[in-house]
Ligand binder design. Structure first.
Ligand SMILES: [Zn+2]
Length: 420
């Protein structure tokens, strides 16, 4: 649990810095070399989840050029998250980012307190790079690919949610190879013999921070007073993992296509990553007891996608019952995910033509290794839109919860009305 206290202390300090220019002067005095003089733009990423190598700072033009930090063998370098200080409050600064694909959203995110985030004005593309020009009202501001969701955020979300209800338990899914805990939540069904289990996880790909915000929106809805959330909680055991690849999130690495393999190509007989191994073990246990109904893996897709869609397993590998249930779940999603990030029914199959390692993709593994009524799908929430904000992502998460509740109104084993 070492991760929590230090990072929270760091965040409190960071927030205080942003809130008080006077305090900034004190801290600058204490470490003048690392922070720099007022008026001189200084960039750093030396904090949890930070990423950004400074290529150049043109002080006269107030232009900063960065690239996402490269971490050898730790996947695509598309995530970036930097702190900029020395801003003259009220001035417009320019931030150029690139050239890695998917590192260049049309609108990046920025924050003056490292907690609340808004989008920059749309950037200007220059070849494979993009320049964001943003007026900032404080001396220090944070800029990132999207609103960050860190290891500390996951720990805090899990602790706070569990503290608020006796039916919700915080637990560590496992310890990572890097020695970090993977925080998870279990909503225990209130019936004495729960029949239904649902698994929702996010962030097998560390850079896809938006998927953790979708996960948080789902959790916030599930603990809410919405009668439909209560109904789902009463009858279903729900396990939620907000960050699967904690190690890469902690150091600000991308994770996608890392070595020896991507988390989402690791669902094999011998998984390399402890979080995958633990998830598989738990899913097997729920399936063997006959409870497992639904598995949802949360991701963010490619840059050009403007709406949420689901990846599903090849249809020809599904029994009629599994296909019927999948169609019913997709229909429920279409009814509930009404936007602003709207699901219009789009699905994509990821089978042999998609990737030679397709069998080791999580939702394919679940599809191929569970009882035939079980539905498994990957929800890809678009990140490169004006609605790809914390609020926009959380809305998708809440609507996903409603879709799950709607789907489970019928028993997936028989597709007959559930007796509550
Ligand atoms: Zn992904």
């Amino acid at each position: 649990m070492y991760y929590s206290t230090d990072l929270q202390a760091f965040r409190r300090i960071s927030t205080a810095v942003a809130a008080s220019a006077a305090l900034l002067f004190v801290l600058v005095g204490a470490s003048a070399e690392s922070v720099g003089l007022l008026g001189e733009l200084v960039v750093d990423s030396d904090f949890a989840g930070g990423s950004g190598k400074v290529v150049e700072i043109d002080q006269a033009a107030r232009l900063i050029r960065i690239e996402p930090t490269t971490h050898e063998s730790r996947g695509w370098a598309c995530w970036w998250y930097v702190r900029i200080s020395g801003i003259e409050p009220g001035e417009e600064i320019s931030l150029e980012v690139g050239p890695e694909p998917w590192a260049t959203p049309v609108q990046a995110s920025y924050s003056i307190d490292n907690e609340t985030w808004q989008q920059t004005t749309p950037g200007t593309s220059v070849g494979r790079k993009i320049i964001y020009r943003q007026k900032v009202g404080t001396a220090t501001a944070w800029f990132a690919w999207g609103p960050p969701f860190t290891e500390a955020d996951a720990g805090e979300l899990v602790r706070q949610t569990a503290a608020g209800s006796k039916d919700v338990h915080a637990f560590a899914l496992c310890e990572t190879r890097g020695g970090r805990e993977v925080p998870a939540l279990r909503f225990e069904a209130r019936t004495s013999q729960p029949r239904s289990a649902v698994w929702v996880q996010a962030r097998q790909h560390a850079w896809e921070a938006g998927s953790s915000w979708v996960c948080q929106g789902f959790i916030d809805w599930l603990v809410s007073n919405d009668p439909r959330a209560e109904r789902l909680r009463n009858n279903t055991t729900v396990t939620v993992v907000p960050i699967m690849d904690v190690d890469n999130v902690a150091i600000g690495a991308g994770g996608k296509n890392q070595v020896p393999q991507d988390h989402n190509r690791d669902w094999s007989e011998k998984p390399h990553w402890p979080s995958v191994a633990s998830a598989m073990q738990e899913l097997r246990r729920y399936d063997e007891s006959g409870q497992l109904d639904l598995f949802i893996d949360l991701h963010n897709p490619g840059a050009s996608t403007k709406r949420p869609f689901y990846f599903v397993a090849p249809r020809n590998l599904m029994t009629d019952m599994r296909q019927r249930n999948l169609d019913r779940f997709l229909a429920a999603s279409r009814i509930e995910m009404t936007g602003p990030l709207q699901f219009l029914g789009e699905i994509r199959e990821s089978g042999p033509a998609y990737d030679p390692g397709w069998r080791q993709i999580s939702k394919n593994w679940v599809t191929l290794n569970t009882r035939e009524h079980v539905v498994a799908a990957t929800l890809e929430t678009a990140w490169n839109t004006p609605n790809s904000t914390i609020a926009g992502y959380q809305t998708v998460g809440r609507q996903l919860g409603l879709a799950i509740e709607r789907y489970l109104q019928l028993d997936p084993r028989t597709a007959s009305p559930d007796k509550k």
